[in-house]
Write a protein that binds this ligand. Structure first.
Ligand code: G1P
Length: 353
């Protein structure tokens, strides 16, 4: 089994962060989403990984390199434009050969990884195996209609979904999918949809299995989902304080303080993580917060937020449900305590008066 990891796309729903960086590299609990994807794939015993890249290819390559860090062999398959997930299979034809492969979208994150999912495929050997998840709003995803155990119909982002089952961005295929991706036509959004390629297999009576995920799954395409993924990952993180915490500070719950970080006269209530080289002074950091490396948080309160590297927060009372890109500066210039909700791009600067 090989792996295909589509990591192009414009990340339009995460702008402005994705103006300057790939959505697959946005950190969740201070690790890029793509890191979780690559770890999951290798943990399933799959080490030949083809990453499909777009405009942000250089950044993705700089991060994943040759894959040795994960014990994998990574190859790069550039896609000229975001032409759809089925198009990524089309351009990966030579790389994949006739081997079965797992396709794992570079912006998806799953609690349980994919090892059991791959084993099940190897035992059953269907043409395709999909992963389904019950969601509150199935209109945002590929929608799966079952007829008992059988996959009856798949529809990409339907206006009127016929079930609560979303198609997670993890799929297994054997070589039969190559005929499917050649046969389908671009959808209304101008993309070759993998959902339609799978439907093509269903229509021809090829065996398509559906497995319902037991743990959580997140497509991190929107800010809310990214914050949710951050919360879910932090919930299962264990405490590890390797930086300096002074006597005047109090730390409770699952708190990760990376080496070289300094906590002074502050309250940290986990689960949360603080990156290397970051200073937190005279502040409160509440649950479900990830502060990246080399930040300064002073005289501030924040919770349920993702702060990327190099940010500076001064006198901010208080920050919630926020995503800050790299090197963002937020400072209060007079005293008017309020709550703010911010989505700010890399190098943004917010002055609160
Ligand atoms: C894609 C698929 C969709 C699937 C989703 C999962 O959507 O087309 O069927 O449910 O990934 O993340 P996209 O992110 O391209 O809108």
């Amino acid at each position: 089994v090989k792996a295909l990891v589509p990591s192009g796309g414009t990340g339009s729903r995460l702008r402005p962060i994705t103006h300057t960086s790939a959505k697959q590299l946005i950190p969740v609990a201070n690790k890029p989403i793509l890191d979780y994807v690559l770890r999951d794939i290798v943990a399933a015993g799959v080490t030949d990984i083809g990453i499909v890249t777009g405009d942000t290819g250089a950044e993705i390559e700089a991060f994943a390199g040759d894959g040795a860090r994960w014990g994998a062999r990574v190859s790069y398959l550039p896609q000229d434009a975001p032409r759809g997930l089925a198009h990524t299979v089309l351009i990966a034809r030579d790389y994949l050969g006739d081997e079965p492969f797992i396709m794992y979208l570079g912006d998806n994150i799953l609690r349980d990884g994919v090892a059991a999912f791959v084993r099940e495929f190897e035992r059953e050997r269907p043409a395709a195996q999909i992963l389904t998840v019950r969601v509150a709003d199935p209109r945002r995803y590929g929608n799966v209609e079952m007829d008992g155990d059988r996959v009856a119909r798949l529809v990409e982002k339907p206006q009127e979904p016929q079930s609560a089952l979303a198609l997670a961005g993890v799929y297994l295929f054997d070589a039969r999918v190559h005929d499917a991706v050649r046969a389908i036509q671009p959808s209304a959004r101008g993309e070759l949809e993998i959902t339609e390629a799978i439907q093509w297999l269903v229509d021809r009576g090829e065996p398509v299995r559906a497995v319902e995920a037991e743990g959580w799954w997140k497509d991190t395409g929107r800010v809310e989902d990214l914050l949710d993924a951050n919360r879910l990952v932090l919930e299962s993180t264990e405490a590890s304080v390797r930086g300096d915490v002074d006597e005047a500070s109090s730390v409770t719950g699952a708190v990760v303080v990376e080496p070289g970080a300094r906590i002074e006269n502050s309250t940290l209530r986990g689960p949360l993580c603080v990156g290397a080289g970051t200073v937190v002074r005279d502040s409160f950091v509440g649950p479900f917060t990830s502060i990246g490396p080399n930040c300064v948080v002073e005289d501030s309160e924040l919770e349920h937020s993702v702060i990327l590297e190099g940010c500076r927060l001064t006198g901010v009372q208080r920050l919630e449900d926020s995503l800050l890109g790299r090197d963002v500066v937020v400072e209060r210039t007079d005293r008017k305590p309020k709550s703010y909700r911010l989505v700010v791009g890399d190098h943004g600067e917010v002055g609160i008066v």
